[in-house]
Each structure stands twice: as structure tokens, then as C-alpha cells.
Design a protein around this ligand. Structure first.
Ligand SMILES: NC(=O)c1ccc[n+]([C@@H]2O[C@H](COP(=O)([O-])OP(=O)(O)OC[C@H]3O[C@@H](n4cnc5c(N)ncnc54)[C@H](OP(=O)(O)O)[C@@H]3O)[C@@H](O)[C@H]2O)c1
Length: 304
């Protein structure tokens, strides 16, 4: 009898995400086994506990999925798990804490596609304003945008100091051009940031509106406004959840339209990216190590 495909799902937190459990079964894994409270200090021993018992054929039918709420902790755990492998006892590992890697990758892939097809532009040199940039999705979106050559402004509604703490965690992981900015309630302090922005990414907490429709008209360079929040009200007023590079009423200074990308358009690419990578782990026959860079490569295959 063939050995079953077993995915060991570890999180530093108190419980694993049902969303990810569903995704893994739907991608064809026979068993998805949850482990709570597995942190960076445990991951090497955890990995070696998973690899030795099934023989060389069994490792191809074994995988690990890393969750949690902390994007950088998950990235570090992915590296530590890889370092703990003892070839030929080596299994695939996929990190996607709170969906942050696949969601940020899907968002960036959609934005790249809209810039290329709407304006013949890329992210290189573009000013990207990340509203809610201190959360897991925002941090990874900021890192991916910076790696693509964008000038990234990480904004926090709690002020520039909090944004600076986020930027300090970004610099050693993803070299790039970052600024930390406050995103308070008063329009006057927001205007200079909007005036410079080519792209706005709304990645704040679910159900929080961070940008009003009238403010989009105050952004003369703006090309793309992308919103990942699926819980009403929209993160960007006027961007519908289904919008897929839809022209918004706002116009840039050169008369060109601003394109809106909503949460479900991004979620669709996120879903397909996560499914494809979970299947790839199961079917590839060799150990795969999947972090946010691999998520972006995969997400680019699912846009358009
Ligand atoms: N479409 C999809 O497929 C998908 C998948 C996963 C996640 N998501 C969505 O992605 C978004 C980001 O997820 P996440 O886990 O990174 O979010 P999160 O950690 O809950 O929040 C992100 C940031 O939002 C800011 N924030 C909190 N309260 C705020 C308020 N009242 N006003 C303005 N900003 C506030 C906080 O930053 P500051 O306090 O520093 O401003 C926080 O760091 C959420 O909307 C989530 O639902 C979408």
C-alpha cells in the first residue's frame, strides 16, 4: 500500500488556521496534522522528528507548513527547518503566516500587471505607499515592492515612530529604499504623501477604511490603488471587492485613469497561488522551500 501524503502544520500560536487546513486537503494532502506552540527554538528538533521515520520514499510524501502571525518569525523558521534537514531525509516546507506571503505576493503581482498593461510601467522607481504597512501582509508587501525596485513608504496610523520600527525589521531582510511615515486622521498631513504616490496599497486591519474616495483625487501621480481588505467598509472607499483593474472616477494629473484592484480579485490570485504551491510540494518529487519570493514567482503565473 502506498504511504499517505502527510502535511505537518506547525504554528507558534495557540491554533492553526482552518483556512490553511482546508487548502491543504483540497490540494490533495491525505492528512494535515496541526501542532500549536512550535516556535523558532523548537523547529530544528520538530523537523528532524518529521524526516527520519518514513524512509527515502516516505520523505517525498511528507511536508511541513509553517503558520503563525509573525511574518519574519515564519521566514526564520523556514530557514531553520531547511538547515535541520539531513539529506536524503529532506521534506518540502512552505511558510505562509496568516496568509501574508501568498496575499502580499498576489497583491504585488496584480499591481505589476495593472501597471504594465494599463500604463506600460513597472514598479522600478515607482513610489509605493503602504497603508497599514506594519502588519504581516503590509511588511511582506513592502519587502516585495522594494525588491522590485520601488521607493516604499511604510505608513502607520499610530505614527512615524511605529512605522520606523517596521522599517528597521525590513532593511536587514530585503534591501531597498524605505521611508517610515505617519498616516494620521488629518487630511493635511496625508496630502504630501498622496501627492508623491504612484501606487497605494491598503493592507490595514480588516474592516478599517484608510483612504477616502475624495483623497484619491488629491493624488496626481496615482496609477493603481489596491485594497486587500474584504470586510466592509472597503479599505479604499470606492474600490469594490471584485474590481480587477477597474477605472476609478479619480483622474491623474495627465488625465489618465486610476485603476482599482479589490480584495476578491487579489484573493482569487492568492487562492490559486497557495493551491498551486501546496500541490507542487506534493507532486514535485524533491524538497521545495517556499517563502514569500517563491510565492511572488507563482502569483505572477496566475494574473491576467
Ligand atoms: N484578500 C485576501 O485574500 C486576504 C488574505 C489575508 C489577509 N487579508 C487582509 O489583509 C489585511 C492585512 O492583514 P494583516 O493580518 O496584516 O492585518 P493586521 O495585522 O490585523 O493589521 C495590519 C495593520 O493595520 C493597522 N491598523 C490597525 N487598526 C487600525 C485602524 N483603526 N486604523 C488604521 N490602521 C489600523 C495596524 O498598523 P498601524 O497601527 O501601525 O497603523 C496593523 O499593523 C486585512 O484586511 C486582512 O483581512 C486579505
Amino acid at each position: 500500500m502506498d504511504k499517505p501524503y502527510i502535511l505537518h502544520f506547525a504554528t507558534p500560536g495557540p491554533r492553526v488556521s482552518p483556512f490553511d487546513v482546508n487548502m491543504a486537503y483540497d490540494a490533495g494532502w491525505d492528512a494535515v496534522v496541526p501542532y500549536a506552540g512550535v516556535g523558532p527554538e523548537d523547529i530544528a528538533a520538530f523537523t528532524q522528528d518529521a524526516i527520519f521515520s518514513r524512509g527515502p520514499n516516505g520523505v517525498r510524501r511528507t511536508g511541513m507548513f509553517l503558520g503563525g502571525r509573525d511574518a519574519w518569525m515564519a521566514a526564520d523558521m523556514l530557514l531553520a527547518a531547511r538547515a535541520a534537514m539531513v539529506p536524503p531525509f529532506e521534506v518540502s516546507v512552505f511558510a505562509d503566516p496568516s496568509g501574508a506571503f501568498t496575499t502580499a505576493a498576489a497583491m504585488l503581482a496584480k499591481v505589476e500587471h495593472a501597471l504594465a498593461h494599463g500604463f506600460d510601467l513597472g514598479l522600478r522607481g515607482a513610489c509605493v505607499l503602504v497603508l497599514g504597512g506594519t502588519g504581516p501582509v503590509g511588511l511582506v508587501a513592502a519587502a516585495l515592492a522594494a525588491q522590485a525596485g520601488a521607493r516604499v513608504r511604510v505608513a502607520s496610523h499610530a505614527g512615524a515612530q511605529r512605522a520606523q520600527k517596521a522599517v528597521d525589521t525590513l532593511r536587514p531582510r530585503a534591501a531597498g529604499d524605505y521611508d517610515a511615515v505617519g498616516w494620521g486622521d488629518d487630511t493635511a498631513s496625508r496630502l504630501p504623501l498622496l501627492r508623491d504616490a504612484d501606487v497605494v496599497l491598503a493592507v490595514a486591519r480588516a474592516g478599517v477604511q484608510v483612504l477616502a474616495a475624495a483623497e484619491l483625487a488629491q493624488a496626481p501621480r496615482l496609477r493603481v490603488a489596491a485594497d486587500v481588505n474584504a470586510v466592509p467598509p472597503a479599505g479604499i472607499e470606492g474600490v469594490g471587492a471584485m474590481d480587477d483593474a477597474r477605472e476609478l472616477p479619480a483622474k491623474a494629473a495627465d488625465g489618465r485613469a486610476v485603476l482599482g484592484i479589490g480584495a476578491l480579485a487579489i484573493g482569487n490570485v492568492k487562492y490559486r497561488t497557495q493551491q498551486a504551491l501546496l500541490r507542487h510540494m506534493r507532486e514535485s518529487g524533491g524538497a521545495q522551500y517556499l517563502g514569500y519570493a517563491e510565492c511572488l514567482t507563482e502569483a505572477r503565473r496566475h494574473v491576467g
